[in-house]
Write a protein that binds this ligand. Structure first.
Ligand SMILES: [Zn+2]
Length: 386
């Protein structure tokens, strides 16, 4: 975690423009969330969409904001078509918030949280304090940070290794802070088929069930792009786990688990900002250990995530799995690395955004690599050291 913010780094004008962009993005994201919510009453939906369009219109200066019908239709197209033409939309112009069936797309929820800026006009429609990603990420780490160092590492490892579990065993791991990190899966109908949930074979978090009629789609929001997608029939005998049919290219067999009142899973924010980067960290750790390196996980609590020592060289690493590299870059910009030359490691699929991310944090003293790049760098260093 890095949280030393130096406000003076951002010139006021640029900050105002960034804010204008974030307000416009926020308005579009909230509109998409509202438009894609199946059980929202029509008058509430219309109200919220009107407020969103109002905020978006205020962000348009030189060109005209879309009409309501263009706004609604535009939520299914690239974001650039809705945003003002005179703001910098690098890295976000191609985002599509609603899929072709009008559902809020995977990751759109996290993107919204990452770009979110409070707006009085939208306040009544969205509880800001609960969703701003940076604040949420910070809050989770603040709770962790209060623990003694050994406890910290143990609980953090647990949140990565066991993102689901039953109440009784989890109480033994984190009794006092359980509800800060875990929620009952039974409260998430969108992650169940007939009362059963399916852990992702990669991150083990309950996969998302995308509504359909007798056949639904089941996929991990973070790993669907790697081929972790299934279909599932919703009809079947009571008490028997529904069967998943692999669809994606990397979809091993997964057994359904009953979502009892005792079944808990880490909260979405914990999954996004602790579990997912934790998987990256653990994979780098395992690779480094195989090379004979010395590895310390989560040294000094949250100053950074892992330290790898190979001979004379030390790599200090912070892994980040934000949905949007732009939002990550902007959150890091204006901060100082918690350790000299701190490496920011992002998932391999964000390689196309590396240059942009490097540009955003340029001059701040961070190095930015994908997990694969870092592993290659470590392998080379080990070969030289041998
Ligand atoms: Zn997953």
């Amino acid at each position: 975690m890095v949280d030393i913010v130096d406000e003076s780094v951002l010139p006021t004008r640029a900050a105002a423009e960034t804010r204008r962009r974030d307000q416009a993005v926020t308005a579009c994201c909230l509109a998409a969330a509202v438009a894609g919510a199946p059980d929202l009453a029509e008058d509430k939906r219309a109200d919220a969409l009107m407020s969103c369009l109002g905020v978006l219109t205020a962000a348009h200066r030189i060109d005209t904001a879309p009409t309501m019908s263009r706004f609604r239709a535009g939520l299914r197209g690239p974001l650039r078509d809705l945003l003002p033409r005179d703001i910098d939309i690098t890295g976000i112009g191609d985002l599509v918030l609603l899929d072709d069936r009008g559902r809020f797309t995977d990751e759109a929820e996290d993107l919204c949280a990452e770009f979110l800026v409070p707006s009085a006009a939208l306040e009544e429609h969205w509880p800001w304090h609960q969703v701003a990603a940076e604040q949420e990420e910070r809050r989770v780490y603040e709770v962790l940070r209060r623990l003694p160092e050994a406890e910290y590492a143990r609980l953090r490892a647990h949140l990565v290794d066991e993102p689901v579990g039953d109440l009784r065993s989890l109480r033994r791991v984190c009794d006092g802070s359980l509800s800060q990190f875990y929620e009952p899966i039974a409260q998430w109908p969108w992650r169940q088929v007939r009362g059963w949930y399916f852990p992702c074979p990669d991150c083990r978090w309950p996969m998302r069930v995308v509504d359909g009629d007798t056949i639904v789609e089941v996929r991990c929001e973070a790993h669907a792009r790697h081929g972790i997608t299934y279909t599932c029939r919703t009809d079947g005998p009571a008490g028997v786990a529904p069967e998943l049919r692999p669809v994606g290219r990397r979809a091993p067999e997964v057994a359904g688990q009953p979502a009892t009142r005792e079944s808990l899973a880490v909260r979405r924010v914990v999954w996004r900002y602790v579990t997912l980067p934790g998987l990256l960290e653990c994979r780098v750790r395992d690779h480094a250990l195989r090379l004979g390196a010395e590895v310390v996980m989560w040294p000094h609590r949250d100053r950074y995530d892992l330290a790898v020592t190979l001979g004379e060289q030390v790599w200090r690493v912070d892994a980040k799995a934000w949905a949007s590299p732009v939002a990550l870059g902007e959150a890091l910009r204006g901060t100082r690395p918690a350790a000299p030359g701190l490496l920011i490691v992002v998932p391999d699929h964000q390689r196309p955004s590396l240059e942009l991310l490097r540009h955003l944090v340029g001059g701040s003293g961070y190095r930015v690599l994908t997990a694969k790049d870092l592993k290659t760098e470590l392998t080379r260093a080990a070969a030289v050291a041998a």
